[in-house]
Design a protein around this ligand. Structure first.
Ligand code: SF4
Ligand code: SF4
Length: 209
């Protein structure tokens, strides 16, 4: 069960993968935002097409949002007992046993009953300390920007043609619109693509209704 926690929440945690069932790498598939996909792509040095074909699942959400999903049944990046993309792991993996979700408002949750022997061990950390320890600050900031974009897509309503364009604009990093060239930082590339996608939505919004 995931329990919502506030900014004052603190908990004791130390990962010890030698004595667990790797609960954090198994379970339902997770949606990756384009920033997370880009970080994995750059880490592995694959083209967008190769990354999607080899490791990810493409999903067209009824809301009008194209998504790339990471299966965790188990996760394709799990090698033995270790994560083969650890420096580029997505936010959900960085935050576990915490999580972030948005159901009208952004919440941080704690999976107190996760089958993880790391919970209750190690040093006590508050939310900010844990996010810093997991080097998740940029991931959290990009996720928050992504959430506001998702709301704009949902508001605009579904449009199959727009969904196809959004998929290219957001997830095809082999195509580089101005400002999102590979020489730009991953954050700049992601933010530029989102801004262009929002422009596309506002231009096509009327047609889709
Ligand atoms: S976070 Fe918990 S479940 Fe995941 S590897 Fe560490 S100890 Fe195991
Ligand atoms: S990306 Fe790494 S940490 Fe995340 S579920 Fe896969 S193997 Fe586990």
């Amino acid at each position: 069960m995931a329990v919502a926690v506030d900014e004052d929440f603190s908990f004791r945690f130390r990962c010890d993968s030698s004595r667990c069932t790797l609960a954090c790498c198994h379970g339902h598939a997770i949606a990756l935002n384009p920033y997370e996909v880009l970080r994995i792509k750059e880490y592995l040095g694959l083209s967008s097409e190769e990354l999607e074909e080899r490791y990810l699942l493409s999903h067209y959400d009824p809301s009008g949002l194209p998504l790339l999903m990471l299966s965790r049944d188990p996760c394709p990046f799990l090698r033995g007992r270790r994560c083969s993309i650890y420096p580029a792991r997505p936010l959900a993996c960085r935050l576990f046993p915490l999580g972030r979700l948005c159901d009208g408002e952004v919440k941080t949750v704690f999976m107190a009953d996760a089958c993880c022997p790391g919970i209750g061990r190690g040093e006590r950390l508050d939310l900010g300390e844990y996010i810093a320890e997991q080097e998740a600050e940029e991931y959290v900031a990009m996720w928050e920007r992504w959430v506001s974009f998702v709301e704009a897509v949902e508001e605009a309503g579904p449009s199959r043609m727009r969904q196809v364009f959004l998929k290219i604009l957001l997830y095809n990093f082999d195509f580089s619109p101005r400002g999102a060239e590979p020489s730009a930082s991953p954050e700049e590339q992601f933010l530029t693509r989102l801004a262009l996608a929002e422009e596309l939505i506002s231009r096509t919004g009327a047609e889709a209704k």
